[in-house]
Write a protein that binds this ligand. Structure first.
Ligand code: PMT
Length: 401
């Protein structure tokens, strides 16, 4: 397990009988060179002691959200920023439920909500709790948020019952985490560029033509690429969104600025064009604010197609060029026409006639149209844009590797 060396793991232990297994997991992390800080929930302290964890991890154990000592030394925000990865093992039904609802009533849940890092959890609970619809819904939500889940396994339980719900063995957990860092290292070689949001095309200094794009889909793609180890540049039209400083964010307003920023940031390995770029700009922008008048005569001219420019670039065409298609009708036909016309490798279509998805929604439902694959298209189910983005990025990684 060479990939754990010097990795900073924030290890959260929740209160369940399998908390005792976390001692062995911490031992494996330490043995392979990882640096560990641990958070114990208050019920975890019923099963393992801070002293035993400090002895094994040689790192500090945190448990109190309102501890003056902890807050001065490392507050809950710094704790989440410190980590390369957050691992929650065992993750109990209660913690899974709190994270799915965004509840922040203790240090563990607050740190996780405040985190911009990848989160991997290893659930452990009684088989009936595991099979309960509320646990299933909560876990589905967490997966949509981009959390990874290891296990649980089927077997005899501490309560005497048999079934699914046993936490995976420490060795399996450690190997999965090692593989996570290996994938990250492999992807780190890769550079990604994403365009997002609308563009503004000015008529005069204070008036412009724009569209309903919020940038959410593109920002989620950039976050997912970054979390999975890509060196990521996000070229964004005007939005109200924020993003981690670790992503190279370039803010632009017009389609022309977006084109120039894209040109300046080539070459990359993968480029994803999720921006809703205006097809037209005003032929001659008025220098001064237009005075009230009966009528104005506006003439338009075509903006250059950024996607088309990149996918036909002689020397700097990325290995993978992915466009988006916002369609209202004949979605597959139109998307596949764009796939060919714009010479990209994949087009991701979304039906923007459906008010619950596409523009300005937190959710989307997309179909990936492939150019050179046996399967022509693949539909991803209705999900949060974060979850859709993770699925897209997993396919990108597979393709690049
Ligand atoms: O931003 P959100 O609110 O989250 O909404 C997401 C979205 C609906 C905007 C997104 O999922 C999406 O569909 N983006 C593409 C929208 C679009 O303008 O599609 P299009 O069919 O007009 O363009 C096709 C492709 O060419 C797109 O990849 C677009 O970025 C690109 N293009 C278009 C024109 C142009 N001048 N340059 C381009 O690069």
């Amino acid at each position: 397990m060479k990939n754990l060396l010097n990795k900073k793991i924030l290890f959260i232990i929740c209160g369940g009988i399998s908390a005792y297994k976390s001692l062995e997991t911490i031992r494996l992390f330490k043995k392979n060179g990882a640096e560990i800080k641990t958070i114990l929930t208050s019920s975890a302290k019923e099963f393992v002691t801070p002293l035993s964890i400090t002895s094994l991890s040689q790192g500090k154990v945190y448990s109190n959200l309102f501890s003056v000592e902890n807050e001065t030394e490392m507050d809950h925000i710094s704790l989440s920023r410190w980590a390369d990865l957050i691992v929650i093992a065992p993750a109990t039904a209660n913690t899974i439920s709190k994270l799915a609802q965004g509840t922040t009533d203790d240090l563990a849940s607050t740190v996780v909500l405040a985190s911009d890092k990848e989160i991997i959890l290893a659930p452990a609970m009684n088989v009936r709790m595991w099979e309960h619809p509320s646990t299933k819904i909560n876990l589905r939500k967490l997966k949509e948020f981009g959390y990874k889940v290891i296990g649980p396994e089927i077997g005899d339980m501490a309560c005497g019952e048999y079934g699914e719900g046993k936490m995976s063995d420490p060795l399996i957990i450690a190997k999965e985490i090692d593989k996570y860092f290996l994938d990250q290292k492999n992807n780190k070689r890769y550079k990604a560029l994403v365009t997002a949001g609308p563009t503004n095309e000015y008529i005069d200094p204070v008036r412009f033509i724009t569209n309903k794009s919020s940038g959410k889909q593109g920002y989620e793609l950039a976050k997912s690429l970054y979390r999975k180890g890509f060196d990521t540049t996000l070229i964004s039209g005007p939005t109200n969104l924020e993003i981690t400083k670790d992503i190279n964010l370039i803010k632009v307003e017009t389609a022309n600025e977006m084109l120039v920023a894209t040109q300046e940031n080539l070459p990359v390995d993968v480029a994803i064009f999720s921006a809703a770029v205006a097809d037209f700009k005003i032929n001659k922008r008025y220098e001064n604010k237009i005075k009230k008048q009966e009528n104005i005569d506006l003439k338009f001219e075509r903006n250059l197609d950024i996607l088309n420019y990149v996918s036909n670039h002689n020397s700097m065409r990325p290995k993978l060029v992915i466009g988006f298609a916002a369609e209202t009708d004949e979605i597959n036909k139109n998307a596949e026409e764009k796939l060919n016309k714009k010479n990209c490798d994949w087009i991701i279509s979304n039906d923007v006639s459906n008010k619950n998805i596409g523009f300005n929604s937190d959710y989307n439902e997309v179909t990936i149209h492939y150019k050179n694959k046996k399967i022509k298209r693949e539909k991803l189910p209705y999900k949060k844009k974060s979850g859709i983005s993770d699925e897209i990025v997993d396919r990108i990684i597979y393709q690049l590797n």
